[in-house]
Design a protein around this ligand. Structure first.
Ligand code: SF4
Length: 470
């Protein structure tokens, strides 16, 4: 394969039967009754179960949207928003819309809304600073043992709440051969990376043969233990989960799937069948929901979603607080709502069905789990805990004190974390560059004192000394 953009192949690859007698969805096929959102009729198409037909017939323009839902003809603002943030809705996902207004969660997640143009200055295109943690184009390396490979910018559906609104859908393209080579070279040079998440965009919009090339390249790196694939395809285009695809994926085990259900209405016979195919091929499935205002921000909806997920063998894995992404302000809830939901779920659902609620913090701080506080008090002799009912209990600690845990053998030198402080292997973590730290460093220079202190402090001291005493 030469160095040209692999997307060319993604569109034309003939690894799965091309749809015969291709017929574009027509207005007649797609239209619903004006003023309502009676599920449109393309399900009558003989091509309905062909994922390529679903991709080719995505709703991409305001005109196509209003052909589908004539009741939206008075809402020309949609076109303006879609110019800024691309729109794509598969016919399948559009058929799940029951009402073309904000009472419908599927509508809200797929149809552009005017509020996407709100741009308060605390929202950013890349709030997680993924681009800053990209040692080679297309690979985000933030956590020591994990990396995220952005395989494509294409998705079958452009979620209105997407964290990668900055890239998803502007140019539907995927990584080229030279990028993939650079990524695998990086992974070989960094054997501490044990877990590679193939994401995008949505990598399952690529042809099976192209996705296989990426999997084979990552699997060729001996130090990579597991591969995960981040995809919303089981939710928005379940027809993509073919036997051919799952057979290919199972050649590269251990492969895990992260999918993205947000609301019980997304769990249908089709999406359940797609998840069953993945699970039957030995691909464990975790779900990453986003907490979205007006969609799943009540404890009851979240309970229903989590219960329905475990029934289709999907483990609720994360519940994400909405990121500070430009274009999603109207979807955000306060963090307190997430804590309230977690308080409700504990005790009502088994631990298997309870996701970890996390805030993926700005400036690349990573995921921080947030949960209600269950520790009332503690002393060397006991810890006082409360349960979800409010019952308060004493847990007596062991009579014999515990020995200190040994230092980690792969500790990052010069970069202690909270565990090192808690376990007594480091005495402090000090923010560098504060006025107080600078004053203290300057005084040490004046005193001629260069004795050992905290590593970061000494770095600051060195920089001040090289500047001539600060
Ligand atoms: S499928 Fe994922 S990457 Fe694509 S638009 Fe939705 S959330 Fe964003």
């Amino acid at each position: 394969m030469n160095n040209e953009n692999m997307m060319q192949e993604a569109v034309t690859a003939n690894d799965e039967p091309p749809p015969s007698n291709e017929e574009p969805a027509t207005t007649t096929q797609l239209s619903s009754t004006p003023g309502t959102a009676t599920p449109p009729q393309p399900r009558q198409s003989p091509k309905w179960n062909d994922w390529r037909w679903q991709i080719r017939n995505r709703i991409r323009t305001y005109k196509e949207l209003t052909d589908f839902f004539p009741s939206l003809r008075s809402n020309a603002g949609i076109a303006r928003v879609a110019e800024k943030y691309p729109m794509a809705i598969t016919p399948y996902y559009a058929s799940l819309i029951k009402s073309t207004d904000l009472s419908d969660p599927v509508y809200q997640m797929s149809v552009p809304q005017g509020q996407e143009l709100l741009a308060p200055d605390f929202l950013h295109a890349d709030p997680l600073e993924e681009e800053e943690d990209m040692p080679v184009p297309g690979l985000v390396h933030r956590y020591r043992d994990r990396a995220l490979l952005m395989a494509t910018t294409m998705c079958s559906m452009y979620c209105r709440h997407c964290t990668r609104k900055r890239v998803a859908g502007y140019q539907e393209s995927c990584i080229d051969v030279s990028q993939l080579n650079a990524i695998t070279d990086y992974l070989r040079a960094h054997p501490e990376v044990k877990d590679v998440v193939i994401s995008g965009g949505d990598p399952m919009t690529m042809s099976t043969s192209l996705l296989e090339r990426i999997l084979a390249a990552v699997r060729s790196v001996p130090s990579v233990d597991i591969i995960r694939i981040g995809t919303r395809v089981p939710v928005v285009m379940p027809q993509r989960i073919t036997n051919e695809l799952t057979t290919m994926l199972s050649k590269y085990h251990p492969v895990w799937i992260n999918t993205h259900f947000n609301h019980p209405n997304e769990i249908t016979p089709e999406s359940a069948a797609a998840c069953a195919k993945l699970a039957n091929a030995g691909l464990p499935i975790g779900n990453q929901s986003v907490l979205l205002r007006g969609i799943n921000d009540t404890p009851q909806v979240m309970e229903e979603l989590c219960r329905a997920l475990v029934k289709i063998r999907v483990r609720p894995y994360y519940l994400f607080q909405c990121d500070l992404v430009r274009g999603v302000e109207h979807f955000r809830t306060p963090i307190s709502r997430g804590i309230e939901i977690m308080e409700y779920l504990r005790g009502r659902l088994s631990g298997l069905a309870i996701p970890t609620y996390v805030v993926d913090t700005p400036h690349g701080g990573g995921k921080i789990p947030v949960l209600p506080n269950y520790i009332i008090s503690s002393s060397p002799s006991h810890t006082v805990l409360r349960n979800f009912e409010g019952m308060i209990m004493n847990y007596p600690e062991p009579m014999e004190p515990m020995p200190r845990t040994p230092p980690s053998t792969n500790a990052r030198s010069g970069s202690p974390g909270v565990w090192e402080v808690a376990a007594g292997h480091s005495s402090a973590i000090t923010p560098s560059g504060s006025h107080r730290q600078k004053r203290r460093a300057a005084r040490k220079v004046q005193r001629g004192d260069t004795s050992q202190q905290h590593p970061e402090f000494n770095l600051l001291l060195e920089s001040l000394m090289s500047e001539g005493g600060g």
